[in-house]
Design a protein around this ligand. Sequence first.
Ligand SMILES: Cc1cc2nc3c(=O)[nH]c(=O)nc-3n(C[C@H](O)[C@H](O)[C@H](O)COP(=O)(O)OP(=O)(O)OC[C@H]3O[C@@H](n4cnc5c(N)ncnc54)[C@H](O)[C@@H]3O)c2cc1C
Length: 375
Amino acid sequence: MPIRATKRGLQRTPLDRDCEVLICGASFAGLAVARELTASGADVLVIDRYEIGERQTSACGIPTDWLEQLELQGALQQTFGELVIHTPHTTVNYRLPWTFSTFDYRTLCGLLADQGRFTFETAKVDSRAGQVVHTDRGDIKATHIVDALGWRRVLGAGDNIQPPDALLSRGLEVHPHGSGSDMEIWIDRSYVPAGYGWSFPAADELRIGVGSFDPRFHVREPTERLATTLGSETIRYQGNWIPHALREAAEDGVWFVGDSAGHCLPLTAEGIRTALYFGLAAGRELRETLAGRKSAAAALRSYGAFSASHAAPYRWMLRMQRLVPRVAPRLLAGSLRAMQSRHFLDWAFGHYLEIAHPRFVAAAPRPAQIGVSVP
Ligand SMILES: Cc1cc2nc3c(=O)[nH]c(=O)nc-3n(C[C@H](O)[C@H](O)[C@H](O)COP(=O)(O)OP(=O)(O)OC[C@H]3O[C@@H](n4cnc5c(N)ncnc54)[C@H](O)[C@@H]3O)c2cc1C
């Protein structure tokens, strides 16, 4: 349970405080790191420019088992056993070997935060000099610094490459009121030359959007067109850049987790379960050094090596991301139909889930099992 110390308006006093672990970013990656540190007894400070769960950062779709393993089912909104893919020449229904669910962002972040024990402050992170992080409320010195701030990689060393030159995709969605029973994808060049459109129902709202692998292609007009075609309102926009290439997860003494390390998967732009997965991995290595079993440098090196050991599937998915838009639409339709066999789908989606499998959650003891009561 975080101790909330958020300051607003006149209460937004200077923040002058050192800590053992400073986690910058209180979304999927940052909160997963914090969760793993619950039993460490360390002085953990989490900062974000917004309140926890205040600003949704995605369409919030995830393999259901990740919610179950992390005991976050309270945030679940809708579950799907099939993926419906539309192209101009065909529609296929893929029966998935595991289910996918949408969830409520604010609820999930709240539940995940409640599994941790840390102090939370709102502050905008500006930059870093060594072990000191500069924020709009002052400087914070920390023994261990985690950058879970998303694609900007604010705390990285050297030049911070910005879009459109960085290896980023872009995505935008609207959240109209409404309902549906299918998780749908559109691979259609009339919406986006390289990328896809989506509609994810989430209880009483739809999350309809378009993502482009080419950061120079603007997605507002196609997002609005897709929503209008589906008879939905274009309201409540949410969009961002999405990394599609792994970056160093351990650099200059800093732990990069989630989008800041390029952990979002290319092709599908699925970045929530990977942010959670690498967040747990980073937290576990941090725990090793906090317990005195590893030096800080060795723990960070192990985490960096763990992240890098996933390079092969990321490279493969990036190749597919570049290939799919080049396939002629009729050939793509034929290929998608040919892939409908149960055997192939079990194999393909099984491998896909393996990249960041929910069994990883149970691979280490949960905080409550280590003998620390979680209030
Ligand atoms: C439109 C869209 C839809 C998507 N849909 C899905 C989906 O359905 N499923 C899926 O798996 N992935 C999806 N993604 C990708 C997914 O959102 C990201 O990969 C995921 O959010 C990464 O998690 P993170 O914790 O690393 O970063 P984020 O979720 O981006 O969190 C970063 C945190 O850092 C804070 N922050 C940023 N800068 C600063 C600063 N300077 N100072 C202080 N705080 C700061 C932010 O407020 C935020 O809380 C989608 C992406 C987009 C753009």
